[in-house]
Design a protein around this ligand. Structure first.
Ligand code: LLP
Length: 463
């Protein structure tokens, strides 16, 4: 997506390119519940509270930048997904969105399963107390060591991503005297309506085995012959930040088509179908995500209908939401440093983090919202660009936003919907230590992932 240069006088949004804010919001102090965690609100003094805790107190106690996560909101979203799919389906939270031992504990308590895609995520999941049986292990290039660890620890499912990996897993399982439950990840040829870097089910990409040309059918043939494997189902993940259910409809249709072919060829009805994750969330007020119960209803109906048409027993459905559970539960709290008006261009507001704690704006051209949270303000709206402190001009946190014109160094800003793919994709660019994750609940705040320190960085530098 290309953005034209802004002409002079950018206080008002009529100069913004199409598709972005066209007018300042009616009330700059308002916090749209679509993009903020549910316990977020302004107190009488104008400062924002989350989980009953004032953001100024959080900044004082934990420093900035910090990811602030609303535990009640997380649990409620997890529960909503679990409840929506019911006992005949499984919800695997996608740990890549954000994983810590506290989160693993909450997921376990709320009855969810966990999708991991590396040895590190597996270690965190097990260490956080998730029973191995409730873990699915993903990845397009799992190492022999990772596969061995997964099989030894007894993970419930390994999702096979290639012919070579299938042989590796079978061999490792057999040599450990085990039969590993596996799914085969297929690419169904659906290109989800999302940023091209995160669309995954079209065929020209690294994940999965294409249905096209009979490759997936051949993978099934081989998997059924390998002693170390118990093939239980087919997996498909069509992309991320998707709002439109039609991609899932096509995917389900094609996956069920494969199940039917398998039944016809092998007289085997595979008992599971995993439709992956990818459900979108609201980053700005313009986004309209679906509720878990609508998604569950749509997916269950699609699979049920397709199976009935193919005269198949309806398999157990799994889904793997990551962003849709954790994304809206957290915001990033920053302190304003420099405010730099560039005459006739725009005002740059620098915060004390940036692309090291949120790479999504630079990487995907992602849109975010932002609000002044340490106080309210009646000042007129000023069109700004919120940028980080890194040595790179692409270090943008929020490309176009309205903030009160009296914004000053020392004010606190919060960027909502940063629970997913921000801490988990954080880096140490410019040797900036990564921020902590602070969980708030019922008037209490606690660090669940501590702030990295410069000593942590030096410890890795062995001279
Ligand atoms: N299942 C599989 C097999 C996946 O590959 C993914 C995401 C998910 C589930 C969870 O997707 P979610 O529900 O969170 O959209 N870094 C990108 C997103 C990459 C997603 C990779 N796979 C971003 O920041 O938007």
């Amino acid at each position: 997506m290309s953005r034209s240069a802004h002409p002079a006088g950018p206080r008002y949004a009529d100069v913004l390119p199409e598709g972005h804010y066209t007018a300042p919001p009616a009330d700059l102090n308002a916090l749209d519940p679509k993009v903020w965690a549910q316990t977020v609100g302004r107190g009488e003094d104008g400062a924002v509270r989350v989980g009953g805790v004032d953001v100024k107190a959080l900044a004082e106690q934990f420093g900035t930048p910090a990811y602030v996560l609303d535990e009640a909101d997380f649990r409620e979203r997890a529960r909503a997904w679990r409840g929506a799919f019911g006992q005949d389906a499984d919800v695997f939270y996608a740990g890549k969105a954000f994983l810590s031992r506290a989160v693993v504990r909450w997921l376990y308590e709320e009855g969810l399963n966990l999708d991991v895609c590396s040895g590190g995520e597996l270690t965190t999941a097990l260490s956080g107390g998730m029973p191995a049986e409730r873990i699915a292990f993903h990845g397009n290039n799992k190492s022999t060591e990772e596969i061995t660890r997964a099989v030894e620890s007894g993970v419930g499912r390994i999702v096979l991503d290639s012919f070579q990996e299938m042989v590796r897993v079978a061999h490792i399982a057999s040599s450990l005297g085990k039969r590993q439950r596996v799914l085969i990840r297929v690419t169904v040829g659906v290109e989800a309506h999302t940023h091209e870097f995160i669309a995954t089910a079209h065929e020209d990409q690294k994940f999965g085995i294409p249905l096209a040309g009979g490759q997936a059918a051949e993978a099934v043939r081989r998997a059924l012959r390998l002693d170390g494997l118990e093939l239980v189902g087919i997996h498909s993940h069509i992309g991320s930040q998707i709002f439109d259910m039609s991609g899932f409809e096509v995917a389900a249709h094609r996956v069920v088509g494969l199940l039917k072919d398998i039944r016809d060829e092998h007289s085997v009805e595979l008992p599971e179908i995993d439709l992956g994750g990818g459900l979108g969330i609201a980053y700005t007020s313009d986004d309209d995500p679906r509720e878990p119960h609508e998604i569950a209803k749509a997916l269950t109906e699609i699979v049920g209908r397709e199976c009935e048409a193919a005269r198949l027993r309806t398999p157990r459905i799994s889904v793997e939401p990551g962003r849709a559970i954790v994304g809206p539960t957290a915001f990033t709290l920053y302190e304003v440093g420099t405010v730099k008006p560039l005459d006739g261009l725009r005002t740059y507001v620098s915060v004390d983090g940036g692309m090291s704690d949120n790479i999504r704006t630079a990487l995907y051209d992602a849109d975010y919202s932002v609000a002044l949270v340490s106080r309210s303000s009646d000042a007129e709206p000023l069109l700004v660009r919120v940028v980080g402190k890194h040595c790179e001009s692409g270090d943008i946190v929020v490309r176009d936003a309205f903030l009160p014109a009296d914004l000053a160094p020392g004010d606190l800003l919060a960027v909502p919907a940063t629970g997913a793919y921000c801490r988990s994709m954080a880096s140490n660019y410019n040797h900036v230590p990564r921020p902590p994750v602070v969980a708030v609940n019922d008037g209490e705040a606690r660090v669940i992932v501590r702030r990295e320190t410069e000593e942590d960085l030096l410890r890795l530098d062995v001279g």
